[in-house]
Design a protein. Structure first.
Lengths: 357, 295
């Protein structure tokens, strides 16, 4: 061992042997990442194509693609540009946002169950939106704003109750689960106490749907998601050390409390934005990062891949919900719940691995 | 292992002569860690009050003491894992509190008591996370990082496990991997909080041999909190005995570990005899049922 130490050229400029196990492992990981990203992009394109072609006015892929670039009959162009494309874009944006926010929650709190839908942050957004509609009589962007405020308020409340000389992940999760129940109870009470037609119109905020976001709303959604996504990219380097435990992260030079607060704040913002446009979309924030981590399984946060798995999941759920449910049309959030819940059960049943070193 | 009791002047080390190995000590001449009137506690309850201590550079120091005597808290305070209630810690005369966390992480490596290996992480990847303080904000792994990781893997004899998931390793291997991660930080000082806990005796000895070799070959200053008195006495150049938040005795193990100091710190009656292998003090406890008289 001592001989090894002395023999190893320690000059940092010396090129490292390509047979070096460290370099070899990293190259293999990079190939795996490329493969995973490429496969997810192919899936995304495939579902987007399906979403463009399927529908009451069925378009062949060639015609749909032509219409996408403004070529073809006015009807085709209208259907593609005004009806189907915004819906696809909304699904991709929403899925990407929930996927990324979920990945941030789970790695920052070091708990695969700590996603914003389990922690009541999504229910906070629903409660905010429904309160705005049914109690305050607001409409349009004001409802979205109320959803955003609802998400932030719940996150803040969890914070206040969970903070005890730092933010401890188990406390945060338990307090969050408590708030999730509180919000859904209030929501149920609110819906039960108003006229049935009003409750029907508020239902989308409790289930989630990507059907009705277009034009200026879509641009606002995209801009907000991009800004928060860029913020998350900027702080993503903290996630590696944070995953090793608070002490290790501090010892490696990460300001743990500041890192956790910033990361969660950005993730809460992203959930708030996404929920304020499409409603809660059950399980996406929980499941998309879990799938992403499984696909890579390198112990990393899998943030970029969670963006893609989230987008594929929501787009696929929307295609299934619109066209493949035996003639019934189901809101996206119901389909993601139908896919997500069994996956969660499977995950819990198979995940026996110990997480403590 | 027979030269544990060295004279107080720094001994010549195998790699002190000019050679291919980078001598990190040239860049950092003084890495003496000192606690100046340090106070530490939890929730307002003082564990350590106004403690002064010097941890000699280039040596292996072991801190021992009974449960809840504050030895781990002290180590955490020295490593800035726990905020100081009072006093200050200096590294080579420089106030540690004035350094950024990342700057400190380039100079002092820490192996805390509990560490979490993320699901699926492989040995070389986990060790690579030790490079964090050396990487920029958008830093990717450079060949400098690769070299440091490989050297750390080889120094801890886990290079052949580089590709294995950490979760599949035995306890002894896993602890070596965590030490490799700390070594990849390439610091002059390494602090370890009970690194031998959960290891069987053979692996405890193996790990302490490894730390001693690192000290001898790299000149790394090693400071560790240990439970096992006899191993501490054998492997430490400098022994610190703590009790109730205070240093009861410190110095060379042969001078420090006596029947009187063991009784003062642990409330345990014991005979202290020379270790037949290393000549260092060996604590043979007496108890209620074996008091040395009923034989």
């Amino acid at each position: 061992m001592t001989a090894d130490l002395a023999a190893r050229p320690a000059d940092p400029d010396t090129p490292v042997d390509p047979a070096d196990p460290v370099v070899a492992l990293r190259r293999r990981r990079r190939r795996r990442l490329t493969l995973v990203v490429a496969s997810l992009v192919v899936l995304l394109v495939a579902f987007a194509t399906l979403a463009l072609t399927l529908g009451e006015a069925s378009l062949a892929p060639g015609r749909a693609l032509a219409a996408l670039f403004g070529v073809g009959s006015d009807a085709d162009v209208f259907v593609v540009h005004r009806l189907r494309l915004p819906r696809i874009e909304t699904a991709v944006l929403a899925g990407a946002s929930f996927g990324l926010a979920g990945a941030m929650f789970q790695t920052t709190l070091r708990n695969p169950l700590a996603s914003p839908d389990i922690l009541g942050i999504a229910s906070g957004a629903s409660l905010g939106a429904v309160t705005a509609m049914l109690v305050l009589g607001l409409t349009g962007l004001a409802v979205s704003g109320a959803a955003f405020v609802g998400a932030l308020l719940v996150a803040l409340a969890i914070w206040v109750f969970a903070w005890r000389q730092g933010l401890h992940s188990i406390r945060f999760v338990l307090v969050g689960v408590g708030f999730a129940y509180l919000c859904s109870s209030l929501l149920a009470w609110l819906l039960a106490s108003v006229e049935i037609r009003a409750a029907q119109s508020a239902l989308v905020w409790t289930v989630g749907s990507v059907a009705d976001v277009r034009g200026a709303d879509l641009v606002t959604f995209a801009a907000a998601a991009l800004v928060l996504g860029a913020g998350i990219a900027a702080v993503s380097r903290w996630q590696g050390p944070l995953a090793l435990g608070d002490d290790n992260a501090r010892a490696l030079g990460v300001p743990v409390d500041a890192a956790r607060v910033t990361s969660l704040l950005l993730a809460v913002g992203l959930v708030g934005v996404a929920t304020s446009f499409v409603g809660p979309l059950a399980f996406v924030a929980l499941v998309a990062p879990a799938i992403a981590r499984r696909l890579l399984s390198d112990g990393g946060a899998a943030l970029a891949v969670s963006v893609l798995t989230g987008a594929v999941l929501v787009l696929a759920a929307d295609v299934v919900g619109q066209h493949l449910l035996f003639g019934l049309e189901a809101p996206t959030g119901i389909v993601t719940g139908l896919i997500g819940a069994p996956y969660l059960l499977w995950l819990l049943a198979t995940d026996r691995r110990k997480r403590l070193a | 292992m027979t030269d544990v009791h060295r004279p107080s002047a720094p001994p010549a080390r195998p790699d002190a002569t000019p050679g291919p190995t980078r001598d990190t000590r040239q860049a950092a001449p003084d890495v003496t860690l000192r606690a100046h009137g340090v106070s530490l506690g939890y929730d307002g309850r003082r564990v350590i009050d106004g403690l002064d201590l010097e941890l000699p550079a280039g040596r292996v120091t072991a801190i021992v003491g009974p449960n809840a005597c504050g030895k781990s808290t002290l180590l955490r305070g020295l490593a800035r894992l726990h905020p100081l209630d009072g006093g200050r810690v200096t590294l080579g005369g420089e106030d540690v509190g004035g350094l950024s966390r990342k700057e400190l992480a380039k100079r002092v490596g820490v192996l805390p008591q509990s560490s979490i290996a993320p699901d699926g992480v492989r040995v070389a990847e986990l060790v690579g996370r030790g490079r964090y303080p050396h990487q920029g904000w958008f830093g990717r792994h450079s060949s400098t990082d690769d070299g440091a990781v490989l050297r750390a893997l080889e120094a801890t004899a886990v290079a052949d496990l580089a590709d294995r998931p950490v979760s599949e390793l035995s306890g002894g291997q896993r602890q070596r991997v965590w030490i490799a991660m700390v070594l990849a930080q390439e610091t002059d000082v390494v602090l370890l909080d009970e690194p031998t806990t959960y290891l069987d005796l053979a692996h405890q000895v193996d790990l302490l041999d490894l730390l001693t070799e690192l000290n001898r070959t790299r000149g790394t200053t090693v400071v560790m909190v240990l439970h096992e008195l006899n191993l501490a006495a054998r492997y430490a150049d400098h022994l610190v005995v703590m009790s109730a938040g205070q240093v009861v005795a410190e110095g060379r193990p042969g001078d420090v570990l006596t029947a009187a100091s063991v009784h003062a710190a642990f409330g345990l009656r014991a005979q202290v005899v020379p270790d037949p292998v290393s000549g260092t003090p060996l604590v043979v406890p007496l108890g209620r049922t074996h008091d040395g008289a009923s034989r």
